[in-house]
Design a protein around this ligand. Structure first.
Ligand SMILES: Nc1ncnc2c1ncn2[C@@H]1O[C@H](COP(=O)(O)OP(=O)(O)OP(=O)(O)O)[C@@H](O)[C@H]1O
Length: 576
């Protein structure tokens, strides 16, 4: 919670104004029963209309002051709570942007979404309510006790007995509710996760006839959330009847003992009316305590969850020497004794990887699943850092090139093509922000997707993704490739990105790569693709076991021969 309170720092002046006007409003409220007592004792009982009008006028004037105070306080409370909420949300967003991939594994997407939306909203609401009511309510209770003692200290003592009992009870409830609301937020995460999984796998769920099972998962998690929320709300709501019971007993006590004092002449009717008035105001203030407990407990749980994201240590990449970007690079790529393991495991994924790729060379990388092909790719744009060894671009250690500058020169087409909701043009333009129409069309033509786009109802302006047209796997792959092409990168990384293309389209695409003259690394399972590359690297258990032209590998590698035979048929190797 303290962590979150630091976000209120920039709004100190606004908070001071809101609290000041709230105190004015509160003072007026505390003073009102005192004036009413005087109107009764000095005006009504003495039949002095002058006093009634004078003090009555004062009462109306003070009410107008309280009204103005309430409006000003609401204005500031709304402004401060919304602004602080925006600041928290932006900070969380920027933190998440700096997350490493292991952080994303620790915080699932669904929980990050809940933290950025629901949790921040709960904090926002609590800031607003605190500035308007939550600070005011305890002050009103304390002020009423003091004023009651001033008006009649013997009867005021009754409040000194009952109020601590109520506060003790509320403290007990708060401790329990805190834990319960933390569980509620966790359950909300689960519902969001189940929903997200369901929506993203909807086709698979239908094909595998898993609707009923998935419906069951959703119902279970939603029921669980309902059960936990009801338990927490019940706990907070039960405060109201308990407070009403104790405070009504106190009012009866005031009337009982007050009657005795009035009979004895040691108290006036006005004093009794004032005390009952204070008791009623106290009851009102105390009864919103249940609500305060609920919101504060929820906000505390949310603060912990938001704090967990903000306090996550993010390690910036070691951009050792901040050399300015080489405006143009040739694209020579060298790996020297590179080894790598993922931060959350100790198993080495790549070991002793060595190669030197000339600028403009096209390299096909073959290897069994899990042999480390994608991992090797991820080291090039520094998505991960190598444990040992050196990776060089044009002879320069990439550790010495600023990450953003390095990535300027890399085009990456991941294994899973991903399209954003937007037009076809926007999807390609995503690779280069200020790309011209001519550049976009050139990239699309080279990626063999231009004609498909032209056949769509609105050409490049056709919407894809949600509310738009759906594309086939191969079409998505080609849009994804066009997105990388439009950058005109020096290094192009294609991670099995032609797997869904037919042989003819793939051939044309590989030919287009030739005129493109960028250094290309292409992960593939197909020997037909590998044959068109300048060289082939065979990756086995995280290391390059053999590298050379297709013909050289046929001679040198038993495994490569076997893969070729499995794709072209036995005996094919001699004439391939
Ligand atoms: N984020 C990760 N954290 C920990 N280990 C990982 C991670 N990603 C991959 N691995 C492990 O690293 C090894 C190499 O994975 P990688 O994805 O590089 O293989 P690949 O050759 O590209 O496989 P495929 O052909 O199936 O895509 C595998 O054993 C995999 O389990």
């Amino acid at each position: 919670m303290r962590r979150i309170l630091t976000f209120l720092g920039p709004y100190k002046i606004g908070i001071a104004i809101a609290l000041f006007v709230m105190l004015v409003e509160l003072s007026v409220e505390l003073f009102q029963p005192f004036i009413i007592a005087r109107i009764i004792d000095e005006g009504v009982m003495q039949e002095d209309l002058g006093v009634v009008f004078r003090l009555g006028g004062l009462l109306v004037g003070l009410s107008l002051v309280a009204f103005a105070g309430g409006i000003i306080s609401s204005f500031y409370a709304a402004h401060i709570s919304q602004s602080a909420g925006l600041d928290i949300r932006s900070r969380v967003y920027h933190k998440v942007q700096a997350f490493s991939f292991s952080h994303f594994a620790a915080f699932q997407t669904s929980t990050l979404l809940t933290r950025m939306t629901n949790d921040v909203t709960s904090i926002q609401q609590t800031i607003f309510m605190s500035l308007r009511f939550f600070i005011r309510a305890p002050l009103l209770v304390a002020g009423s006790v003091v004023m009651a003692l001033v008006v009649n200290w013997q009867l005021g003592l009754l409040f000194l007995i009952t109020v601590p009992i109520i506060l003790g009870f509320l403290f007990w409830v708060m401790k329990r509710a805190d834990k319960m609301f933390r569980t509620v937020q966790a359950k909300l995460d689960t519902v969001n996760r189940v929903m997200q999984d369901n929506l993203s796998r909807i086709r698979l769920i239908r094909v595998f006839l898993r609707q009923d099972v998935e419906k069951g998962h959703f119902t279970d998690s939603a029921q669980d959330l309902r059960f936990q929320t009801v338990s927490a709300l019940r706990m907070a709501e039960m405060t109201m009847p308990v407070i009403l019971l104790i405070m009504n007993a106190t009012i009866i006590g005031v009337l009982w003992f007050g009657n005795i004092q009035v009979q004895a002449g040691s108290a006036t009717t006005g004093e009794i009316v004032a005390l009952v008035n204070y008791a009623t105001r106290m009851t009102g203030a105390l009864s919103i305590f249940g609500w305060i407990i609920m919101m504060v407990s929820r906000a505390r749980a949310s603060s912990v969850r938001v704090g967990e994201v903000l306090d996550t240590e993010t390690k910036p990449f070691t951009d050792k020497k901040r050399t300015s970007a080489p405006a143009a690079v040739n694209g020579r790529l060298t790996f020297e004794n590179v080894a790598f393991h993922y931060p959350d495991t100790s198993m080495p994924v790549l070991e002793n990887v060595n190669f030197d790729i000339k600028a403009g060379e096209r390299i096909a990388i073959l290897g069994a699943t899990g042999s480390g092909k994608t991992s090797l790719f991820q080291l090039i744009p520094k998505l991960y850092e190598a444990d040992t060894g050196t990776i060089r671009l044009d002879g320069k250690d990439i550790q010495e090139i600023e990450t953003a500058d390095l990535r300027q020169h890399v085009g990456y087409v991941p294994q899973e093509p991903f399209l954003f909701t937007g037009t076809m043009r926007e999807n390609i333009e995503w690779g280069k922000e200020d790309a011209t129409d001519a550049e976009i069309e050139k990239a699309a033509k080279r990626a063999q997707i231009h004609e498909t786009i032209m056949d769509l109802p609105d050409g490049y302006q056709t919407l894809v993704g949600q509310k738009g047209v759906n594309l086939s796997g191969g079409q998505k792959q080609r849009v994804s490739i066009a997105r990388a092409f439009v950058r005109e990168p020096a290094i192009l990384l294609l991670d099995d990105s032609t797997s869904a293309l037919d042989a003819g389209t793939e051939k044309k695409l590989v030919e287009a790569l030739q005129e493109y003259a960028c250094t290309t690394l292409l992960i593939t399972q197909k020997i037909s693709t590998a044959m068109n590359a300048d060289r082939v690297f065979l990756l086995e258990d995280g290391t390059i076991s053999v590298q050379g032209t297709h013909e050289e590998l046929l001679k040198e590698s038993e495994l490569y021969r076997k893969i070729t035979e499995s794709q072209f048929g036995k005996g094919s190797v001699s004439y391939v």
